[in-house]
Write a protein that binds this ligand. Structure first.
Ligand SMILES: [Zn+2]
Length: 429
């Protein structure tokens, strides 16, 4: 067709409601139009792109013997009740007014339903079933154009295997297919959660691409491919060096000093001489967390180390717990559990709060003055820090999830009773 006949309603101006670049470009080039929040119409040019990408995915899935399905988006609710996922999805799942049907946000249940009914023997496996199909998720805040919508096209694939080794094999096949798909799409992707070994024991791999519109923040090493969500990422960073001589401990009057920067300015010291205190409540007991200088506590790592219920102490609770308000709290004389970040291991000649408003303490020797202190990694990594796997450095940036592979094991076959007969002729999942 001639371009003059082609329906491509381009826009000269940047639309008011579009913020992220992909959204702006897709509107301006006439690829999509918004129908309602998170719901987009793909116009001829946009749909052409969508079909082209779908075709690449199809070819690579077919190359690993994937077989394409087309499942209904409208699902009887009772199938979803079998796995408890009506409750698990909560309001993210669209329910029809008559309550008997839901709009599928994904299709594990439906694929398992068909496997349960047809795949009866080990001879029928392995199977790789996939589809490229419309999904519905009732996002409370749909944003970033088509990146997070309420209706979207997704390719989802499911493997049915007779053993854990079989699952590993199917997982590897998907990994290689995904790499080919993203390569062919010209995406500079990286893989989060990938293990260094061949058979990937992590159970999940996330394919991501760097983008200012991304909702995840990742730490990435271009040199060796180390990639991790910043909530769990580690880095290679120096801890404080212990001075040869420990000074005696002393109290200093520090009026109006409430932050590490103010303390450094007031005492003319460097932030790496300061231990910053944060009090958390863990299962109703206070825990003092010490960080070096301005390092921030990573609460995901904190929760992992402590387990149970963890929350920051409220400002009005601090004085009762420590004797001081925020800005004057410290480890010396603190009654309760104290855990310091690894960078503070065995530090001496450190400054911290005195547990008395407007006072700090100098000359703190962690070995001598805080004998009960424990150590753990509580830091959020920053760009430029050393990669934990190689000699190069990490970059921290926002990223978009392109694809995700999981080893779901028997999660769905268990809850839905999808059994098969094995070589020894007994039923198993
Ligand atoms: Zn590296």
């Amino acid at each position: 067709m001639r371009l003059s006949k082609y329906f491509v309603p381009t826009l000269k101006e940047v639309p008011n409601d579009a913020v992220v670049i992909s959204h702006i470009l897709m509107l301006r080039t006439g690829m999509v139009r918004m129908l309602s929040a998170g719901i987009y119409s793909f116009l001829p040019l946009g749909y052409k792109v969508m079909r082209k990408v779908s075709e690449i995915i199809r070819e690579e899935m077919d190359a690993i013997d994937g077989q394409e399905f087309h499942l209904p988006a409208l699902n009887p609710k009772e199938i979803w009740e079998e796995t408890g996922r009506v409750a698990a999805f909560g309001d993210t799942m669209f329910h029809l007014k008559n309550r008997e049907y839901v709009l599928a946000p994904t299709h594990e249940e439906i694929m398992t339903y068909h496997a349960r009914n047809v795949v009866k023997s080990y001879k029928d496996m392995p199977q790789i079933w996939y589809q490229i199909q419309t999904k519905f998720r009732n996002e409370s805040r749909p944003r970033s154009g088509v990146i997070r919508g309420r209706q979207f096209l997704m390719k989802d694939a499911y493997s049915f295997d007779t053993s854990w080794e079989g699952l590993d094999k199917s997982y590897e096949l998907h990994d290689s297919a995904y790499r080919k798909i993203f390569d062919r799409c010209g995406l500079k992707y990286f893989v989060v959660g990938a293990s260094s070994g061949a058979m990937g024991g992590t159970g999940s791999e996330e394919f991501m691409v760097k983008s200012a519109a991304g909702e995840d923040t990742v730490a990435y090493c271009e040199s060796c491919g180390y990639a991790a969500n910043v909530e769990v990422a580690a880095s290679r960073i120096d801890s404080v060096e212990r001075d040869a001589d420990s000074k005696t401990i002393y109290e200093i009057s520090t009026p109006n000093v409430h932050s590490i920067d103010e303390l450094c300015e007031f005492l003319k010291i460097d932030e790496i001489q300061c231990a910053k205190s944060r009090i958390y409540i863990h299962d109703e007991k206070p825990v003092l967390i010490l960080m070096l200088g301005n390092d921030e506590v990573n609460e995901t790592k904190l929760e992992k180390v402590l387990g149970g219920n963890v929350r920051p102490a409220h400002p009005e609770e601090l004085k009762d717990i420590s004797g001081a308000d925020a800005g004057s709290i410290g480890p010396v004389g603190f009654s309760g559990r104290i855990i310091a970040d690894n960078r503070l291991k065995n530090a001496n000649n450190m400054f911290s709060g005195a547990n008395k408003n407007d006072y700090h303490i100098g000359g703190i020797d962690f070995q001598r003055d805080i004998p009960t202190v424990e150590y753990a990694d509580f830091r959020t990594v920053k760009s430029g820090e050393g990669c934990p796997r190689c000699e190069k450095h990490l970059e921290v940036f926002p990223a978009i999830e392109l694809g995700h592979i999981f080893k779901l094991g028997t999660k769905y076959s268990d809850s839905m009773g999808a059994l098969f007969t094995d070589e020894k002729a007994k039923s198993t999942q």
